[in-house]
Design a protein. Structure first.
Length: 441
């Protein structure tokens, strides 16, 4: 073994170790004194750590927390680690850690959580998810020690919080809030309002998810003052009724809007939309939608370049999907289109091909998840458009097959078409979102 170890130079070993999971680094460090030293050296360069009591094995190559478009490589994840071991063994080996995610780590308490700040002087991005033993006082102690924090993620499913800890939260650039406790107090207590007001001059990205629709409506009172906000994600438990999007009319910095809701609809007269002239990226994830309302909404994005729409309900109207594609086909500024539809649809009019034919600026079209009995029809339609317009159409096409698709037919593909097997990542990532979040790390 020692001869094998000596066959690689130090810099080669450092590169190899950088791809190893923490548990494998621990094993390798016990092989020899040299590898022990090299492992410690490499760990000092690591910048991302995810600690979780949940093992998410179904998501290949990624780990997500709070915002499920946010992925972490598996090799930066530690599972089933006690708080004491983390604080006294792992974190001292990671002095340059900038990003930490704690997800369902049960044994952190008010007396121990704040010690994270002492161990990690370079911490800039922090996610705290479902730390059930920690109270507002414990979070407040931690926040006081992190004045230079740039990203804060805070999520819980149960717990008696009055959110007084938010009074001590630093003025971050990125804020992720997820409150999924049906017995929780309203998000906008006097304590949390203080934080939201203090973020007016710093906040650039906001991800906001709650089960209380009233909370989401109140959020707009603060959003209108966030002049640096460029990315907004909103989660709705029902629909858009009474949403005050009109209050966003002066947010010239807003470039990305992401919506997740049960039904894309609203009561007539309850919503007024401004023209989102500066928004370049839009994603919508919904169970079902009303086509006329979708048309009314999309008309307010004259300069949109990237759009992603995911329809979750397998019983949604096929005609609605056809209308949606037709609407998108008339948005001539688009450069990227991502569509996820879970039901079989009528492809007689070559729906996907119409997007390639009509959108002259399109560079990428993604579609999934394709059912087995529709594969040939979809590919033939795309082949026809691409073959007949080889010089004019520059777009690449990615087709994602449904899960358990089985063996696919041997059919000739245009060189611009790539067919991929089912991937959970396709359903969870839309457009530029992944690229934007990776920039944090």
């Amino acid at each position: 073994m020692s001869e094998f170890c000596d066959s690689f130079a130090d810099n080669v070993w450092i590169e190899i170790i950088s791809f190893l999971a923490f548990k494998d680094v621990a094993s390798l460090s016990r092989v020899s004194k040299r590898l022990n030293s090299l492992c410690k050296t490499q760990l000092k360069t690591r910048t991302v750590l995810v600690v979780s009591d949940l093992v998410v094995s179904s998501y290949e190559g990624c780990f997500y927390a709070i915002d499920d478009r946010l992925v972490f490589p598996k090799h930066v994840t530690i599972n089933n680690t006690e708080a004491e071991l983390l604080l006294n063994k792992a974190l001292p080996l990671l002095p340059n850690l900038k990003t930490l995610c704690l997800d369902f780590v049960e044994d952190f308490t008010d007396d121990s959580l704040h010690l994270i700040a002492d161990r990690l002087p370079n911490l800039r991005h922090l996610w705290l998810s479902c730390l059930s033993e920690v109270t507002d006082d414990g979070f407040a102690q931690l926040f006081r020690k992190l004045p230079n924090l740039e990203t804060l993620g805070f999520q819980y499913y149960h717990g008696s919080y009055d959110l007084s800890c938010f009074k001590h939260a630093p003025p971050v650039k990125q804020l992720f809030i997820g409150i999924f406790d049906t017995n929780a107090l309203p998000t906008f207590t006097e304590n949390s309002k203080f934080m939201f007001q203090r973020l007016e001059s710093s906040l650039e990205k906001l991800h906001y998810a709650t089960l209380e629709s009233e909370d989401t409506q109140q959020l707009f009172n603060f959003l209108q003052n966030y002049q640096r906000l460029n990315s907004l994600f909103l989660f709705y438990i029902m629909d858009l009724t009474n949403s005050r999007f009109d209050k966003l009319s002066n947010l010239n910095s807003l470039q990305e809007l992401h919506l997740r809701l049960y039904e894309f609809n609203w009561e007539d007269g309850s919503v007024a939309f401004p023209v989102f002239s500066n928004v370049k990226t839009l994603s919508i994830e919904t169970e079902t939608f009303v086509a006329s309302k979708m048309e009314q909404f999309l008309q307010n994005f004259p300069n949109l370049e990237i759009i992603g729409v995911k329809i979750l309900d397998p019983y949604s109207e096929q005609s609605n999907f056809s209308q949606l594609v037709q609407l998108i086909a008339n948005m001539h500024s688009l450069k990227e289109v991502t569509l996820c539809y879970t039901r079989q649809f009528n492809n007689e009019n070559n729906l996907l091909g119409s997007l390639l034919a009509n959108l002259s600026n399109l560079t990428k079209l993604r579609f999934g998840n394709i059912k087995k009995n529709m594969f040939v029809s979809i590919v033939n339609g795309l082949n026809e458009v691409l073959n007949n317009n080889a010089e004019r159409i520059k777009s690449q096409v990615e087709l994602f097959l449904e899960q358990h698709f089985g063996e696919r037919e041997n059919i000739e593909l245009n060189s611009k078409i790539n067919v991929r097997d089912y991937s959970s990542c396709f359903e969870r990532f839309f457009n530029a979102s992944l690229k934007a979040y990776q920039a944090y790390f």
